[in-house]
Structures are given as structure tokens and as C-alpha cells.
Design a protein around this ligand. Structure first.
Ligand SMILES: NC(=O)c1ccc(NCc2ccccc2)nc1
Length: 224
């Protein structure tokens, strides 16, 4: 799977490219990440890609032309890529959407800054607007990294058995509780069932715990 990133801060992506699961997935050629510096598509010698907003207001808006030219360039290499715009106005990134996105061969992630991009980009060039949560951060880059991490983990052979495939949300339930040595610390002991060696009983207990936790903390997940 190939990720193309349109951004003003390409160097931010070294955070996921140099360490951990994503770095290994890149080494194993399961994924590739290509950053595109939007300023390289600027029309002026100052490398600006934003301008004042029509209708006034303090914020700057990212212009159509540099973004459209950059997408065009990416599509010369990846004609089938899906253009995803990370924004607070997007569809919530949940496990279902992560699964869907993991089926694409190529995703182009458009990272907004300032007040975001000119609406005509969203209307004509973006295939899907995605939000990682109901809050605003200073740019789409961190949201893009969250998307890359969550989607890449779902690709075959990305997770070795040692990286636990976090069961949260995969079956629409929160994860069961986890314990490790020592068996008792500060008078706090590990649930007996986990020491029983009876795997069927342990699995049943874990499923019950996941359901209980979900009912308590996220009943909304149960209505999916
Ligand atoms: N919740 C999110 O996924 C998210 C994505 C981007 C972002 N900041 C950049 C931006 C600001 C305004 C309009 C479009 C993009 N903040 C939060």
C-alpha cells in the first residue's frame, strides 16, 4: 500500500518512518510513504500556498492551484489513488473506516494548515474527508500519521505475533483487561481464571469482560 502525503511539513513524518511497526512495514515493502512539499507547487517566488480569506477574518486559506497541481502530479504515478482530506469536518475515523481504507492500494493524504483548504478543493478534488476526533489540532499531519498507523496495522504481515493485534473495536468491543507478572503486587492479585490454564474458560472470561467494559464505558458501540 502506498501513502502519498501533501504537506507543508514533510519532515514530521520521520516520526513514524524511523521507528516501530510502520518503519518495519516500510522495510518489508508492505507500505511506502511519499511526502510532497506543497510549497514546491507554489506559483510565486515566496513559495506561498495560502492567501487571505474572502469575506474577511483573521485566518489564511490554502489555495486551490498548488494543491490541484500536486494531486495531478501524484495521479500521474497513482491514477487510482483516493484523496483523503484530514479535517474536523470529516467522517469519524473508526475501526470500520480503518478496515475500508486498508483495502485501497493507494491513498493520498492532504494535510491542511491555517483555516484549511479552499472549499473548491473539497468539492472537486477530495474523495473523502476524515476526522480523527472532535477537536482541532494545528495541522492535518498528526491526523494523517494516526490514519497511516491504524490502517497499516490492518495489512497482512505488518503485525508480528509479538505486537498484539489490539482486540479493541475489532469485534466492536473494548479490549479485555491484561495482566502480567508478578501474580500479586501491593496485595493486588491476578484474576484466578487467568492462572487456570483452561484456555476455553479464559477466552470466555475475556469476552465477558470486554462486553462488560463496553456496556459500562461505551454503550454506543453496542448499537452498531
Ligand atoms: N480532527 C481532525 O482530524 C483534525 C484534522 C486537521 C486539523 N487541523 C488542520 C485543519 C484545520 C482546519 C480545517 C482543516 C484542517 N485538526 C483536526
Amino acid at each position: 500500500m502506498r501513502f502519498d502525503i501533501i504537506t507543508l511539513f514533510p519532515e514530521m513524518f520521520s516520526a513514524i518512518k524511523e521507528e516501530g511497526v510502520i518503519a518495519r512495514a516500510i522495510k518489508k515493502s508492505i507500505i511506502s510513504i511519499n511526502e510532497w512539499q506543497l510549497r514546491d507547487f507554489s506559483e510565486n517566488k515566496y513559495k506561498n500556498v495560502d492567501d487571505k480569506a474572502y469575506g474577511g477574518g483573521a485566518g489564511m486559506v490554502m489555495q486551490v492551484k498548488p494543491i490541484r497541481d500536486c494531486i495531478k502530479k501524484i495521479k500521474e504515478q497513482e491514477p487510482e489513488t483516493k484523496v483523503i482530506y484530514l479535517s474536523p469536518q470529516g467522517d469519524p475515523l473508526n475501526q470500520n473506516l480503518v478496515e475500508k481504507l486498508s483495502s485501497f492500494e493507494s491513498l493520498t493524504l492532504l494535510c491542511g494548515r491555517y483555516e484549511g483548504v479552499d472549499e473548491r478543493i473539497i468539492k472537486n478534488d477530495v474523495d473523502l474527508e476524515v476526522s480523527i476526533g472532535d477537536y482541532v489540532i494545528s495541522g492535518g499531519e498528526l491526523a494523517a500519521m494516526v490514519l497511516i498507523d491504524s490502517v497499516s496495522r490492518r495489512l497482512p504481515n505488518v503485525l508480528g505475533n509479538k505486537d498484539s493485534l489490539n482486540d479493541s473495536f475489532v469485534n466492536n468491543l473494548l479490549d479485555y483487561p491484561h495482566y502480567t507478572r508478578p501474580e500479586s503486587i501491593d496485595g493486588d492479585i491476578v484474576p484466578e481464571v487467568l492462572l487456570s490454564g483452561n484456555q476455553a474458560k479464559i477466552d470466555a472470561w475475556r469476552l465477558e469482560q470486554a462486553k462488560h467494559k463496553t456496556r459500562q464505558k461505551r454503550p454506543d458501540l453496542l448499537s452498531n
